[in-house]
Design a protein around this ligand. Structure first.
Ligand code: AGP
Length: 611
């Protein structure tokens, strides 16, 4: 959730830290702070609100001299967002400055322990406990390294830590457990960061810290130690994308830029996997025999990634005839899940760091399940812990609301469905061929939708004042509605619900009254007539209907709907891949009309690394 950056080198650290934080702000943005070490002094500057406040306060870092420092952008968990609760936290004696991402679960007990020893706390946070505990042990051991291991043995929970000690003005310490932390290898300088976006301007050579590891960075070296304090050699990875991928490139918002990038992102995801008219999943080690041995598939994910799973269930069951269950990761861990070695668990995550998803995956693995994950961030924790990983090649996604990552996850899951159906011999060769051919046409069809978004903009300007909106649909359209509704509520703050159309009459239709906006998703041909009956049903109760359908059903839909958006024809299973784009744009333009902070919606953060 929070963003961490650290720099040790020859240049002035503060401007580098602030620039790094600007790239991490999407991880949390209720306050920010930096600490720079110079001549044995730890200089701290923190500010509530957006990073811009801190940039102004420090005159873009000019007020803080020194070539070594740490920075943090916060998404509050313990303690309201204010200057005091912001990171970095300074220990009582001023020896230690610390930034933290994650949650220290036993912080109250540790706080009481330290208070009994006379330590006074400045903030309400769990993070300050770590800074104070570290100083407490440091004063006894006179070694930050030893004291840090003592702290790590006492704290429980999740953490990525960046640490400075006033007495060691040439180094940064870092530690990690269940929260992402990267090491960046520069030329005469080194870095820590919670996300690669903060590093690519300076270096593309990174290493991923593992749970339990401690790193010591000076400007000329990075040494890493495992939980047993043994030095380990880290494998270095090359990040192969340009800094421009994480910039707005002329668009007013990352979200709009990322929607516009969807055709290319999907192309990058499918092209290397389509060879000679067939789907080849080179990274997948699963054999036909192993696949036959699974009695079911269990999909685990959160938020939009969960919606990809809901769509995937329809397509996998239909094509490969394997029973699929889709479970929210946050529920899965605590429901004594029925998974074993006969279960294939499909984990879906853009960030690869979502704590609920990671914990659910570990639970499934502990029960013997085999894990195949679909992940966007290379080298992320979920990717590294899965038995097999298939990467989506969406590139860095900065806007909190996911768009291009969603589309790449969806097309990849559809490819998996087809691959499984073929491997098990459950699809006729001609049908397989037709579907594979259609996959390669999807990017073009997506481009066609994006070329004409004026209608969507127009409807948004008409409907943005609505305070409650319903998305209805059946089958794949219902699953699509879940995503359309989430997108709308997260960035425009309009209350909205997604319902399976057939369920309306079982209760929810009581909420439909004169003027209620209903977005009727009617792209799924086999159930078009039923979708139409539902439109008539809500119209009869006074609803205004904005329908989404395919070109061939437009004329029919015009008889009842007040407004219509159309998508090109495609094979049924791919309809959500096309249908989601108008819904993303609708949410975007609605939020724009309402003057919302689209890329950084209130209370949210991109990567949810707390439970
Ligand atoms: C969607 O727009 C979200 N921001 C959110 O629901 C997201 O999909 C969810 O938190 C899961 O994230 P992940 O894919 O990185 O695991």
């Amino acid at each position: 959730m929070c963003g961490i950056v650290g720099y040790v080198g020859r240049e002035q650290a503060a401007p580098i830290l602030l620039e790094g934080l600007s790239r991490l702000e999407y991880r949390g943005y209720d306050s920010a702070g930096i600490c720079v070490s110079a001549d044995g002094r730890l200089q701290l500057s923190k500010s509530k609100g957006r990073l811009q406040n801190l940039i102004e306060k420090t005159e873009n870092g000019a007020l803080l001299p020194g070539t070594l420092g740490i920075g943090h952008t916060r998404w509050a968990t313990h303690g309201e967002p204010n200057d005091i609760n912001s990171h970095p936290h300074l220990s009582q004696g001023g020896k230690i400055a610390l930034v933290h991402n994650g949650i220290i679960e036993n912080y109250l007990e540790l706080r009481q322990f330290l208070q009994a020893k006379g330590v006074q706390f400045a903030s309400e946070t769990d993070s300050e406990v770590v800074a104070q505990l570290l100083e407490f042990y440091y004063l006894q051991t006179h070694s930050v390294f030893d004291a840090l291991y003592m702290v790590l043995h006492r704290i429980e929970g999740a953490y990525a830590l960046g640490i400075l000690c006033a007495d060691e003005p040439d180094r940064i310490y870092a530690a990690r457990k269940d929260a992402p932390l990267l090491l960046g290898y520069g030329n005469g300088c080194n870095f820590i960061a919670s996300d690669v976006t903060a590093l690519v301007k300076h270096t593309r050579t990174v290493a991923y810290m593992e749970d339990g590891e401690v790193a010591v960075l000076t400007r000329d070296s990075i040494r890493v130690f495992d939980a047993m304090e043994q030095e380990v050699q880290k494998e270095r990875h090359f990040v192969d994308w340009e800094i421009s991928a994480a910039e707005k490139g002329g668009y007013p918002h990352f979200m709009l830029k990322e929607i516009m990038e969807e055709p290319d992102a999907v192309r990058r995801t499918i092209s290397p996997r389509l060879k000679g008219g067939r789907i080849t999943l080179d990274d997948l080690t699963l054999t036909r025999q192993e696949l036959e041995g699974f009695s079911r598939i269990c999909i685990i994910a959160c938020g939009s990634s969960y919606h990809v799973g809901v769509i995937g269930k329809y397509n996998i069951e239909k094509l490969a005839r394997i029973p699929v269950e889709v479970t929210l990761a946050s529920e899965f861990r605590y429901c004594d899940p029925l998974v074993d070695e006969k279960t294939l668990v499909l984990v879906i995550s853009q960030s690869g760091e979502t704590l609920d998803t990671m914990a659910a995956m570990r639970e499934a693995k502990a029960r013997g399940a085999r894990v195949l994950s679909i992940v966007n961030v290379v080298g992320s924790s979920i990717a590294r812990e899965s038995d097999d990983v298939l990467y989506t090649w969406a590139g860095p996604e900065i806007a909190v609301a996911t768009t291009k990552a969603f589309s790449t996850q969806l097309v990849l899951l559809d490819m998996i469905a087809l691959y499984f159906a073929d491997l098990l011999g459950r699809i006729a060769p001609e049908r397989y061929q037709a579907l594979v051919d259609e996959i390669s046409r999807l990017p073009e069809k997506m481009e066609a939708i994006l070329q004409d978004c004026k209608g969507i903009q127009h409807y948004a300007s008409q409907y943005f004042n609505h305070e409650s909106i319903f998305f209805i649909g059946r089958n794949l359209d219902y699953a699509l509605g879940l995503e359309g509704s989430l997108k709308l509520k997260e960035i425009s703050y309009i209350h909205s619900e997604a319902y399976a159309s057939g369920e309306l009459k079982h209760g929810t239709i009581s909420l439909v009254e004169q003027g209620t906006l209903v977005v009727a998703l009617s792209t799924y041909s086999p159930l078009f007539d039923k979708a139409m009956s539902n439109v008539v049903e809500v119209k009869a109760r006074g609803a205004q209907v904005l329908a989404l359908t395919t070109a061939r059903h437009r004329a029919e839909m015009e008889k009842n709907a007040d407004a219509i958006l159309t998508i090109p024809e495609t094979e049924d299973m791919f309809l959500p891949s096309l249908g989601v784009i108008p819904l993303q744009l609708f949410a975007y333009y609605m939020a724009l009309q309402r003057g919302c902070d689209i890329d950084k919606p209130r209370n949210l953060a991109k990567s949810v690394t707390v439970e």
